[in-house]
Design a protein around this ligand. Structure first.
Ligand SMILES: N[C@@H](CCC(=O)N[C@@H](CS)C(=O)NCC(=O)O)C(=O)O
Length: 199
C-alpha cells in the first residue's frame, strides 16, 4: 500500500492516521519521488492518492477513508449503522470546510497588505469561527467522540492541527474548552504524534 502525499497536507495526515490506527503497513511517497507529476495518476492533481497492492488508485480523502474502512474494518473508525456513518461524514465535511477556509486565509495573507481584501478576510474569519462554535456545541451534546475513536474526530484533529501549523486564528481555543480537550487527547495519540510536523 502506497500513500502519495505529504503530512503538511491535512487530508494526507487524516488518511495516514487511519492507516496507523488500523496498524496497516504503508509507504508514504513524496510527490517528487512519485515522479513529480501527480496529475498523471490523479486527474485532480491532488494529494492524497492511495495506490493499492493490486494496482487500484484512489483519490479524494473521503473516498479513500471509505475504502480503507471497507477493506480493513478493524478497529472500526465508523459506526455500523447508516445514520452513524452519515454523521461521521458530516463531521468530516465540516473539518474539510475548515481546511478550505484556512487555505483561503493563508493565500489572502500572502498578498501584500495593501492588496488584501478586508471584507473577505472578515468573512472567512467569521466562517471559521462559526465552524469551530458548531464543533464546540456538538461536543457539548456528546455527539463527537474519541472513545471509541471515530473518523470525524480524526478529521477535526487534522483540521485544527493545520490551523495551528499555519498560525490561523491562534486564539481559537479561548472560548472552546471542549474542543481544546478533545484535540489535546488526540494529539497525545501515537498516530497523531507520528504524523505531526516538527516544530
Ligand atoms: N478534497 C480533496 C482535497 C485534497 C487537497 O486539497 N489537497 C491539496 C493539498 S492539502 C493539494 O493536493 N493541492 C494541490 C497541490 O498541492 O498541488 C481531498 O479530500 O482529498
Amino acid at each position: 500500500m502506497k500513500l502519495v502525499g505529504r503530512y503538511t497536507c491535512p487530508h494526507v495526515r487524516k488518511i495516514s492516521i487511519m492507516l496507523l490506527e488500523k496498524e496497516m503497513p504503508f509507504e508514504l511517497i513524496d510527490i517528487q519521488r512519485a515522479g513529480g507529476e501527480i496529475s498523471a495518476m490523479n486527474p485532480l492533481s491532488h494529494m492524497p492518492l492511495l495506490c493499492t497492492d493490486s494496482g487500484e488508485r484512489w483519490f479524494g480523502s473521503a473516498v479513500i477513508s471509505d475504502y480503507l474502512e471497507e477493506i480493513y474494518p478493524t478497529p472500526s473508525l465508523l459506526p455500523g449503522d447508516c445514520a452513524g456513518r452519515r454523521w461521521e461524514s458530516q463531521i468530516e465535511a465540516l473539518a474539510d470546510g475548515i481546511i478550505n477556509v484556512a487555505e483561503r486565509l493563508v493565500s489572502e495573507r500572502q498578498r501584500s497588505p495593501g492588496q488584501q481584501l478586508d471584507v473577505l478576510l472578515l468573512q472567512l474569519r467569521d466562517e471559521l469561527g462559526g465552524c469551530l462554535d458548531w464543533l464546540e456545541h456538538q461536543l457539548s451534546q456528546g455527539r463527537i467522540t474519541t472513545q471509541p475513536l471515530r473518523l470525524g474526530a480524526i478529521a477535526v484533529g487534522c483540521a485544527i492541527g493545520y490551523l495551528n501549523a499555519q498560525r490561523i486564528a491562534p486564539g481559537w481555543c479561548a472560548s472552546r474548552p471542549l474542543l481544546v480537550n478533545m484535540v489535546g487527547a488526540l494529539f497525545e495519540r501515537n498516530s497523531f504524534a507520528r504524523t505531526g510536523l516538527p516544530g
